[in-house]
Design a protein around this ligand. Structure first.
Ligand SMILES: N[C@@H](CCC(=O)N[C@@H](CS)C(=O)NCC(=O)O)C(=O)O
Length: 209
């Protein structure tokens, strides 16, 4: 199998494997949620571009993919969040019927997706890169960050929940793949992110690169 184990695996539950990548923000969100909820699963890092064995289970061949019992796959990240939340038996970390919170999560996931598209465009070879796409994704990222700072109190207050995990991973991904310049003009989010990023599950899952 084209995958390597990562620290923090739990041998008590060999039947549940979460596949992620070395830098995937969506896989990191699922990993952090699972760890925070105390879900016993193994985490395997793979190169999604060569991991053909995944195709049979998840024809999208994307990460995160959760494999249960060796042959049942759950994806995408939102489905895995719900699986983990239900399996934990703990008070739910999902937004439930709080549509405003669900919308903030959608915004944070959209921000992450915009940053991923930005990154994929930036690394295309000379001649294939589209300045238009880069500008479009950059503007979307900046708009999302400004909007999020305006509603930051709603994100940073209250108990640990999926919304905060998605926010913490999304903001670090912006630092990692886009820019840290947002921190100067988004002080509430920036300060909160600096504290949140010290949680053990965030430290354990931080990309090495
Ligand atoms: N909507 C999916 C997006 C997952 C996604 O885009 N994963 C990326 C890595 S961050 C991936 O697998 N890329 C490989 C590819 O699409 O070929 C989710 O939320 O899980």
């Amino acid at each position: 199998m084209n995958a390597t184990s990562r620290s923090g695996n739990n041998p008590k539950c060999p039947d549940m494997v979460l596949y992620g990548g070395p830098t995937s923000p969506f896989a990191r969100m699922a990993l952090v949620l699972g760890r925070e909820l105390g879900i016993p699963f193994r985490y395997e890092v793979l190169n999604i571009y060569t991991a053909e064995f995944i195709d049979r289970l998840n024809p999208l061949r994307q990460i995160p993919t959760l494999i249960v019992g060796g042959d049942t796959a759950y994806y995408d990240s939102r489905v895995i969040f719900a699986c983990f939340d239900r399996l934990s038996g703990r008070p739910s970390m999902l937004p439930g019927d709080d549509d405003a919170q669900a919308t903030r999560i959608a915004l944070l996931l959209g921000l992450t997706e915009a940053c991923l598209h930005y990154r994929m465009e930036i690394i295309r070879p000379d001649g294939a890169r589209s300045d238009e796409t880069i500008a479009k994704q950059s503007q979307r990222i900046e708009r999302c960050l400004d909007h999020l700072e305006g509603i930051a109190d709603r994100i940073v207050e209250g108990p640990l929940r999926l919304e905060q995990i998605v926010a913490g991973c999304a903001l670090e991904y912006i630092d990692f793949r886009f820019s840290t310049a947002w921190r100067a003009r988004c002080p509430v989010l920036s300060d909160w992110s600096a504290t949140f990023s010290r949680r053990p599950a965030m430290v354990e899952s931080r990309p090495d690169e």
